[in-house]
Design a protein around this ligand. Structure first.
Ligand SMILES: NC(=O)C1=CN([C@@H]2O[C@H](COP(=O)(O)OP(=O)(O)OC[C@H]3O[C@@H](n4cnc5c(N)ncnc54)[C@H](O)[C@@H]3O)[C@@H](O)[C@H]2O)[C@@H](O)CC1
Ligand SMILES: [K+]
Length: 448
């Protein structure tokens, strides 16, 4: 179910390998253009279509799509920014027997397809080009991007020039990081992946529904996973996390707290002390509502058990190397990430992997474009989740869900990916106006 993600260089290498194996570059372009035409027919329906072609292979895909759409009865206009400059795009242009307008003079159309630049973009578009493209995209009923909206940096997701919002993005062979990184991700609309027969192996992927092992019919509450939560100064947050862990299929959830917590489900057990040497513990959770009590984190780190470190506890780690030798998952949002790892350079993907390497922990780098990074180089990109997920307490819920998945026996990286996926789907099920408590209630529907 997971869709592969490749950088621009990796995609070029994958294409070169396919060509080396005997697939002609024009065949790849033919498949890309045909795939895009098919997606347009499926998602946008039959309306007059304006295809904007740039000078490279992104433009080449556009000429191919124009031919396929015309063959299916579409009224197609093609407008070129420049003459084709690559061999494959010259071939594609030669196969299009309709007229070609000038980009600067092209009038609006109900469907506009942006094939100006894709993975070959090296700088922002000229202001006049970016402005005209944005106007055509804004005026369209359905705006489609070929591979990427022109102006997006493929690997980092930054806008190198202003970008309008698209309804559909059709990409080829593999997703690119920009499809799942902000701010670009918010401009893509639906992202469709067309198969062009290129092998896209790698360690990066879009997180999809994970196979969570079925429950053992002979299992008991401990074998289904015991989550031990450590409360701090504000127990409301740990109550949310513990409830989420219980709803995520942990067999037993325990909270050690010095203050009685009133809003916990009766199935969650409160204890005064914390015997963290208990070998039945599948995962310890520390951080939600912890406040400034570093001794609680220190206590958690004395236990030879898997640990989820969230919220306040992240800032209390101090040095990422302190986590070496522990089995840890860290769940920082941007502020907590910077507090622990400083201002790392590179894209969000680069920063997440560097943090995982330095801490030898799985990092769940939260935000509208959440990433899950493993020290072994695996990187999961979350699919888009509803904007209403950004509210108080939803991070506590996620931490509880991760702890439950870990206690259920998933490896740390897979536990984090599974929880991130279910968290987003539970938010969809809970709907707008949702509060974190509703999110907890929606977890079972997203798990099934
Ligand atoms: N290489 C292949 O085998 C395939 C490539 N495909 C398509 O090819 C695209 C990549 O094609 P290209 O590598 O030719 O690159 P693009 O078509 O993305 O860009 C073309 C060229 O424009 C120039 N350029 C970059 N930024 C510019 C700017 N801001 N203003 C003006 N000129 C600029 C660069 O010289 C660049 O090489 C992909 O996005 C995809 O759509 C598909 O056809 C599938 C097969
Ligand atoms: K494009």
């Amino acid at each position: 179910m997971a869709r592969p993600i490749l950088t621009a260089d990796q995609m070029r290498a994958a294409e070169a390998a396919a060509i080396q194996a005997g697939i002609a570059e024009t065949t790849l372009m033919e498949r890309a253009g045909a795939g895009m035409a098919q997606a347009i027919r499926f998602y946008a329906g039959p309306r007059e279509t304006l295809i904007l072609c740039g000078p490279g292979n992104n433009g080449g895909d556009g000429y191919v799509a124009a031919r396929h759409l015309a063959k299916h009865g579409y009224t197609v206009r093609v407008a070129a920014l420049d003459e084709p400059r690559t061999e494959a795009s010259r071939w594609a242009r030669s196969q299009w027997d309709g007229p070609v307008e000038r980009f600067a003079e092209a009038a609006a159309a109900p469907i506009v397809v942006d094939c100006l630049f894709g993975t070959g973009l090296s700088r922002g578009l000229e202001a006049s080009v970016a402005e005209r493209l944005s106007r055509l995209v804004d005026d369209a009923l359905v705006a489609v991007a070929c591979d990427l909206p022109s102006g997006v940096s493929t690997d980092g997701g930054a806008s190198l020039s202003p970008i309008a919002s698209y309804d559909l993005t059709v990409t080829f062979g593999a997703l690119k990081p920009a499809h799942r990184l902000m701010p670009a991700m918010a401009k893509m609309g639906r992202v469709v992946l067309a198969n062009i027969g290129v092998e896209a192996d790698g360690k990066w992927f879009e997180i999809g529904r994970l196979e969570i092992p079925p429950l053992d019919p002979q299992g008991h509450k401990y074998s289904r996973g015991l989550v031990h939560c450590l409360a701090g100064q504000m127990p409301g947050a740990i109550a949310l996390a513990a409830s989420a862990a219980a709803r995520s299929g942990a067999g037993y959830v325990r909270v050690s707290t010095s203050l009685p917590i009133t809003n916990l489900p009766s199935s969650v057990v409160q204890t005064g002390g914390a015997d963290l040497q208990d070998e039945r513990i599948g995962c310890i959770l520390v951080g939600p509502g912890l406040g400034d009590t570093p001794q609680v984190l220190t206590l958690a780190l004395t236990a030879p058990r898997p640990i989820v470190i969230d919220a306040d506890a992240i800032g209390l780690v101090g040095d990422p190397e302190r986590l070496h030798g522990h089995d840890t998952i860290l769940t920082p949002h941007e502020g907590e990430f910077i507090k622990l790892f400083g201002d790392l350079s590179g894209s969000k993907a680069d920063r997440a992997l560097e943090a995982a390497r330095r801490s030898q922990s799985v990092i769940v780098y939260k935000g509208p474009d959440t990433l899950v990074a493993s020290p072994d180089g695996r990187l999961g990109f979350a699919p888009p989740a509803p904007a209403w997920l950004a509210s108080a307490g939803t991070g506590d819920v996620l931490a509880g869900m991760i702890a439950a998945m870990r206690a259920r026996g998933l490896d740390p990286f897979e536990a984090a990916c599974a929880a991130v996926w279910v968290h987003g789907r539970a938010a969809e099920a809970a709907g707008p106006g949702m509060i974190a408590d509703d999110l907890v209630a929606a977890i079972p529907s997203a798990l099934s």
